[in-house]
Write a protein that binds this ligand. Structure first.
Ligand code: SAM
Ligand code: SF4
Length: 358
């Protein structure tokens, strides 16, 4: 029976809720089928994106995030242009094919021009070959266009929770944190021409299985090109920490995250799906398990060691004291352990994007 449901052309909200609750043999069947879909549509290979967390300075105050503006305990940093370019150059030389530049959200002329300049320099340094994903929050369409023109290829902006009421419980109720603006930003990114990525946190307080099923349908409806999603992990210096005793146990958040990845792979066969770092926080083999059930993107952290510990979105973030070289060796072993190949030298564009742009 599970097999028949999994093969339906369109999974309904109630199918998804049921599948998110599977256990035992049914759960295994879900994972087996997702792995089969992955192999058929995107093959058993994993694209690398060197992750540069270039600044933890943020103008926003999301209730869940350790580097939110109001957390005065955070030591703020902003890498120099040279440090960012060195990291990008490391990724290029290691044949990663692409990088992700992520930061807190800032809206200023100075920030915009700096990113534009860096994009141009990175494209120059790599003969236009290194693909760049930005993850710098909500910006105006004009700015998204400017960055796209300067060489950004992809943009990651998680919707965090597609249910507006839930979104409002996770963010302050003001203009800066409006659900409407975040949804519009996602549309604008598509208009500007990006390979557009989104995602949600799994296991946040107040979230139901129905919410998660709707998150998957939301991603399908907006025809997203790439997704990064993973478990919510608490940080003691954030407002959401007060609900820590009401959360699902970590193992359940992890299990739900694996099922979300597997289901999304079945629903959107040719998109790129990342194995998030948060998965490894709960389970030392978390990212490998995500790759086994459908993820095909791995983001080795290439942020300089000195500041890594200061990009602390949640407690116990892993890999904060390893050098990029340590990461490199570790990744190869991890990916090989689940019989996938590292796609060195491949830019790894989302096949879904390539198809829709034809
Ligand atoms: N500032 C940009 C933004 O919010 O889109 C990009 C950087 S932000 C740190 C990247 C992602 O971290 C967010 O989209 C959010 O989903 C995730 N994140 C923040 N706090 C988290 C937490 N406590 N647990 C899990 N993920 C978290
Ligand atoms: Fe800032 Fe992003 Fe954290 Fe929100 S999730 S506080 S925008 S860094």
């Amino acid at each position: 029976m599970i097999k028949d449901i999994l093969k339906k052309a369109q999974l309904s909200q109630s199918d998804l809720v049921m599948l998110l609750q599977t256990t035992g043999e049914d759960r295994q069947e879900l994972f087996r089928y997702a792995a089969e879909v992955k192999e058929k549509y995107v093959q058993n290979k994993v694209y690398l994106r060197g992750l540069i967390e270039f600044s933890n300075i943020c103008g926003k105050d999301c209730y869940y995030c350790g580097i939110r503006r109001s957390n005065s305990k955070v030591k703020r940093y902003n890498l120099t242009d040279e440090e960012i370019l060195n990291a990008a150059s490391y990724a290029y030389k290691q044949n990663y094919g692409s990088i992700v530049m992520q930061s807190g959200e800032l809206e200023s002329k100075k920030f915009t021009t700096r990113i534009t300049r860096l994009l141009e320099q990175i494209k120059d340094m790599s003969d236009g070959k290194l693909r760049v994903t930005l993850s710098c929050g909500e910006q105006d369409l004009e700015i998204y266009k400017e960055w796209f023109k300067a060489g950004a290829d992809r943009y990651l902006l998680r919707i965090e929770a597609s249910n507006k009421e839930l979104y409002m419980k996770l963010h302050p109720n003001d203009e800066l944190h409006s659900y409407k603006r975040r949804s519009k930003a996602l549309k604008d990114l598509r208009t500007a021409g990006y390979q557009t990525g989104t995602g949600v946190m799994i296991g946040v307080p107040f979230q139901t299985h129905e919410d998660l099923a709707n998150d998957l349908l939301f991603m399908q409806n907006i025809d997203i090109d790439m997704v990064g999603m993973g478990p919510y992990l608490e940080h003691k210096d954030t407002p959401l920490y007060q609900y820590k005793d009401e959360l699902l146990p970590n193992e359940e958040r992890f299990d739900l995250s694996l099922k979300m990845i597997a289901l999304l792979r079945i629903m959107m066969k040719d998109i790129n799906i990342a194995a998030s770092t948060a998965m490894q926080t709960i389970d030392p083999q978390g990212r490998e398990k995500a790759i086994e059930v459908g993820a095909n993107v791995f983001m080795p952290n290439i942020t300089p060691c000195l500041v890594r510990g200061d990009y602390k979105l949640y407690e116990d973030k892993p890999c904060t004291d390893e050098s990029p070289e340590d990461c490199q060796r570790c990744i190869e072993a991890r990916i090989a352990s689940v019989s996938n190949d590292v796609a060195y030298g491949e830019q790894g564009d989302s096949k879904h994007y390539v198809e829709r742009r034809k």
